[in-house]
Design a protein around this ligand. Sequence first.
Ligand code: ARG
Length: 562
Amino acid sequence: MDYKKQFAENLEKALNGALDAKKIESMIEKPKHADHGDLAFPCFELAKIQRKAPNQIAKETAEAIESNLFEKVEPVAAYVNVFLNKQMVSSEVIKTVMESGQDYGNLNVGKGGAVTIDMSSPNIAKPFSMGHLRSTVIGNALALILEKTGYRPVRINHLGDWGTQFGKLIVAYKKWGDEAAVRENTIKELLSLYIKFHEEAEKDPALEEEGRLWFKRLEDGNAEAVTLWEWFREESLQEFNRIYELLGITFDSDHGEAFYNDKMDRVIDLLNEKSLLTESEGAQVVELEDETLPPCLIRKSDGATLYATRDLAAALYRQDTYEFVKALYVVGNEQSLHFKQIFEVLKKMGYDWADEMHHIPFGMMLKDGKKMSTRKGKVVLLEEVLNEAIELAERNIEEKNPLLENKEHIAKEVGVGAVIFHDLKNDRKNDIEFSLEDMLRVEGETGPYVQYTNARACSLLRKGNYEPADASVEIVDEEAWPVVTELMEFPDAVRRALLNYDPSQVAKYIVDLAQAFNKYYGAVRILENEEQKYARLSLVQSVSVVLTEGLRLLGIDAPKEM
Ligand code: ARG
């Protein structure tokens, strides 16, 4: 079903082998306007080789092409434009989609290689931020896209569960904490204890010292410190898990920063062995001057290791454990330097696999053009956002389809889907404006729009009592062609999403497919003609298969009714 390839083979023949098919294929373009055909071959390069006018070559080549795959072959200026045989291609595309089902668009480029995806990774005892939401949602979509393209994704939640702040938190809890309140509302309570600690420490600097002392105790395994830390971690994780549950996302590992405590010596030893460590103001660093980066801080003068040291230990551990062929880090733009440093240090250590480590940055979530902050007054609690989206979806259903069964469940699929889609529809590097109303609109480029289109397709299939049987059908409607060409595009959209590590390629694609289908739906009375009905419904079924699969790749459900 690779028409580009078939066109290239035809061209190779027509050109008497002046260029080989592979080369030709890479030159073939897709005309911007449908009235210029479905595929086009530019003759400029050939004109240079053959020292002939490109228009002349286009003309001669067009005349030499013979194939029933094309309805029309037309030289236009320096291009050979071809129009695919709509009937033939439509039949073939529908057949392929029907036969492959949700496997349509699968690629086996990954060959089963493991890809670790460092994603979500919130900090214990602090609110789950919009940045963490973005990381979770983008990371999960990338995992699904990697899986579809033959890789084995490993979702890792690298929890921020270590650092001097836990010493402070222990002090604050021992002084002012209330066990029941922490149990009841962990993040909120711990956050206010942390804020109180800083306020009090301004008046009484001795508190800072006490905090350091308790962190030291924690590092040394003091039972009281460890018990409190474990408890904070456990309670925080439970709170985060409510969000993951709403999103329908699970992890293969939640080894956070603390997991690497006993794996730091190895990093330091290896760095020493390779003579990469240098002293700088009492601290130990890896110089990255040749890479034009600031030095990577490995160990502070008091012996404490750092965020970077933990990431080095984590990289070694992950390579040992999973033998990853790629390691992705879905973390905001602001940590770019950190990851550049980590990757360079690993390369200096001589690890070839470091070439396959990639920081996957993303932009900020804005509210009224400003960064959304979880600090102090402006806490936007994510769980509230998700629940509000679900409620709004529920109200919509109540209004438009009050008899719908399973309302609550579907409202959850729609509300959560809206939030996820809103995040994934833009190139991930862009900042995005947060707006619940926009997300939930049923018109425009939204999750609910795509879901609604699919539900409409499903309802047609029900009304038409469609039972998929013979996959060979003949579509005669002219209006079906834009839908068929979109269906044909899906494997390419998946491939682009993989190449750019960008789920928005899939999100944009399913919006285009939904729009094409809605146009068709508006133009053709699908159920009216008995003779045509089966073929048309097969097209509808194909659309539903691809919309459902596209949504799935983004981590979004596709209700059959809504
Ligand atoms: N916990 C960090 C933060 O919230 C993100 C961790 C990202 N992953 C990593 N391996 N460094 O900023």
